[in-house]
Design a protein around this ligand. Structure first.
Ligand code: ATP
Ligand code: MG
Length: 401
């Protein structure tokens, strides 16, 4: 079963020709870093994003300021661009499908729509498990009182998640009993949900894979992720906890999944490693991912350059990691001292005095608590040294470790 059925014209879109513009739906930080990578290879970039002054709009040659489903803007984007991608998971899949009538689109709308729906995604992973041997968490659909009443006892304690539009832990409620499930579901405003069994996690990892239009795929080293308040806090690569055997199984599962989807571009797949060492597949993001930002400073080819290469139908780049790395997300909280009412400017000069610290700020004008403002990747000759520098940076920035 292949989800992506669009015909792929196999014509590399070489940079530095008259029409070498690449389009992107979404104007956030992922679009900004995609634009940086595209521009360094000699492409121009056109962004479709409603928000003025957005991170990607600031650096792209063209910013079409309109909604993601605005037909005129989509036509204008396809006229400007030889190929179009997305940086935003919840972009209307129909927009991608519509753009595919005019030119090359990667990833395809059909692939993105599977990743937008937790139930479809889990069904897809379950089908893939025949090859991968890696299953999603036990779960069931909750769309009304009958399903609340019939949900298996085995799924408690569990997590109720909205099927659509969840990110950074939003749209999730932990439930211990059927009564708690009933009240949590009542608070979801009628949205279709999935109840997932709460699993005994040891730690979380993600696998970044990329696949070209010719079916060639590459897989990056496994990243170990720590979340705080539902938001990614750090990514460490190589993963300090993972055994070689489990790492290989996760990478192989990711390669099987991307092939099965017939996906073109960069895909990130999140896995749980349970306390008994077994692997569970959680979800996938049809785009470069926050846990792959370390690739900019620590790998031969960054995830953003890889996305550019896949979109332009060029050979994929080497994924080898040349330095151990730890990535720290920078949230808006550190622009405020103590009581969150006193603004301050983080001491970037002191952070940049640390060896191997690579600062990436996304050009967001307003710092707000929990808003992703940037990240820092610490690279060093050893993971211990990178982690020591991370601790120093956290002390400077007032981030508890
Ligand atoms: P993001 O977009 O940040 O990846 P999300 O909102 O899409 O997050 P999930 O990744 O599904 O949601 O869940 C958020 C976090 O909740 C996970 O990283 C994990 O720590 C925890 N979690 C989710 N599902 C389970 C589960 N079945 N058992 C135990 N913990 C879980
Ligand atoms: Mg997640």
């Amino acid at each position: 079963m292949t989800i992506d059925t669009q015909p792929h014209p196999r014509q590399p879109l070489l940079p530095n020709t008259d029409q070498s513009c690449l389009g992107i739906l979404g104007g956030g930080q992922l679009g900004r870093m995609f634009a940086h990578a595209a521009q360094s290879l000699g492409y121009q970039v056109a962004v479709l994003e409603p928000e003025a002054g957005c991170p990607a709009g600031q650096v792209a040659e063209h910013h079409l300021q309109a909604a993601y489903d605005n037909q005129d803007a989509l036509v204008a984007l396809s006229k400007l661009s030889r190929a179009v991608t997305t940086e935003f998971e919840n972009v209307p899949a129909d927009s991608l499908t519509m753009l595919a009538q005019h030119g090359f689109v990667a990833p395809a709308g059909g692939c993105v729509s599977v990743a937008q729906d937790r139930l479809q995604e889990k069904e897809f992973f379950t089908r893939c498990a025949a090859h991968t041997g890696v299953f999603p968490a036990p779960h069931c659909r909750i769309a009304g009182p009958a399903e609340v009443a019939s949900a298996s006892e085995n799924l408690f304690p569990g997590i109720l998640k909205t099927v659509r539009m969840g990110y950074d832990g939003k749209g999730q409620v932990r439930v211990r009993t059927r009564d708690e499930l009933a009240s949590a579901f009542a608070g979801m405003n009628g949205q279709v949900c999935v109840l997932e069994k709460m699993l005994p996690l040891a730690y979380e990892v993600s696998v970044l894979v990329a696949r070209g239009v010719d079916g060639q795929a590459v897989v990056y080293p496994i990243a170990e992720n720590v979340h705080r308040d539902g938001i990614l806090f750090t990514t460490t690569v190589p993963s300090p906890n993972l055994s070689d055997g489990v790492a290989h199984a996760a990478q192989q599962a990711a390669l099987d999944i991307i092939a099965e989807l017939g996906y073109v571009g960069v895909l990130c797949i999140e896995f749980f490693v349970l306390q008994d060492g077994s692997l569970v597949v959680n979800e996938m993001a049809p785009r470069p991912h926050n846990s792959g930002h370390y690739t900019i400073d620590a790998c031969i080819t960054s995830q953003f350059e890889q996305q550019v290469r896949a979109l332009a139908q060029l050979p994929l780049g080497e994924v080898r990691q040349h330095s151990p790395a730890v990535m720290l997300n920078i949230l808006g909280d550190i622009w405020f001292a103590g009581d969150a009412s006193t603004p301050r400017e983080p001491a970037w000069d002191q952070v940049l005095a640390l060896p191997g610290a690579h600062l990436h700020l996304y050009g967001k004008a307003e710092a707000r608590p929990a808003r992703k403002m940037g990240h820092i990747t610490f690279v060093a000759e050893t993971l211990d040294a990178a982690q020591a520098t991370l601790a120093q940076a956290c002390a400077i920035l007032g981030i508890a470790v």
